[in-house]
Design a protein around this ligand. Sequence first.
Ligand SMILES: Nc1nc2c(c(=O)[nH]1)N[C@@H](CN(C=O)c1ccc(C(=O)N[C@@H](CCC(=O)O)C(=O)O)cc1)CN2
Length: 297
Amino acid sequence: MAEVINGKLVGEEVVAKVKEATASLLEDGGAQPGLAVVIVGEDPASQVYVNSKSRKAKECGFHSEQHTLPAETSEADLLGLVEKLNADPAIHGILVQLPLPAQIDSAKVIQAIAAEKDVDGFNFTNVGKIGVGELDSAFVPCTPAGCMILVERVHGKDLSGLTAVVIGRSNIVGKPMANLLLAANCTVTIAHSRTRDLATLARTADILVAAVGRPEIVKGDWVKPGATVIDVGINRVVSAEGEKARLVGDVAFAEASENAGAITPVPGGVGPMTIAMLMANTLASAYRASGKPSPQF
Ligand SMILES: Nc1nc2c(c(=O)[nH]1)N[C@@H](CN(C=O)c1ccc(C(=O)N[C@@H](CCC(=O)O)C(=O)O)cc1)CN2
């Protein structure tokens, strides 16, 4: 039976370190870290995540701003707000919650965020740095960064020679996750919707990352005995008419736990790490702005 990797607990440990480092920065005369979170529209899940981010930022001792714009906001108006936040010296981190409404080009908005304030790590500059292994000066996207901490809790920092399979090739999880595993000397394969015989490929993995957005697609017999399974999925499913929606991952947790050596639950696994790493990235930005090397987590 697999060890359950407690992302909630690990996330709290990261946040505790961020709080300490924030206090230390302020004591040394550094600037109070400032995080601006922008949400456009009323997507209920996005509202949950944005509220969590703002609340956690305040808990860390940051200056925290939440900008809530109506669903019909124009792309030009959103870009105007981003420009204003780019220029605001009290703001060290900017994130625009995804997804955005259809009338707005998400890629254009993401690239408008100043690279040095792009605490989501989605900007070309940060993506490029990760692509070439320049991790120290880049912002690593929060979810992959959190996944790596959870993997290291199981395997330690040296992942040399381990086989990793990442299911999903999104720009915010799959691709950066594969780059981070490669930088840690894993042998990495990225699987996607065109991959043939996904189950056979998955069974080769010592580290299996599911980031595909399809509820419980990864079955128990896809998991190599003793493998580490990282479930990034956040799927709301209703089993029966009128039943309250429940949250499941991309992995069939119970059956996968029969084979896995370690596995993250949903909820309580990767999700809380996403929030925690956003705090760590914002702190790092404030340290850089104060001319100090940012702490490692
Ligand atoms: N600009 C961004 N947009 C989005 C990101 C992102 O990193 N940057 N990631 C996802 C959503 N996400 C953060 O925004 C996120 C998802 C889930 C959780 C989380 O803590 N989930 C809990 C359960 C709570 C729930 O989902 O009801 C858990 O898994 O335990 C945090 C952040 C898309 N958009």
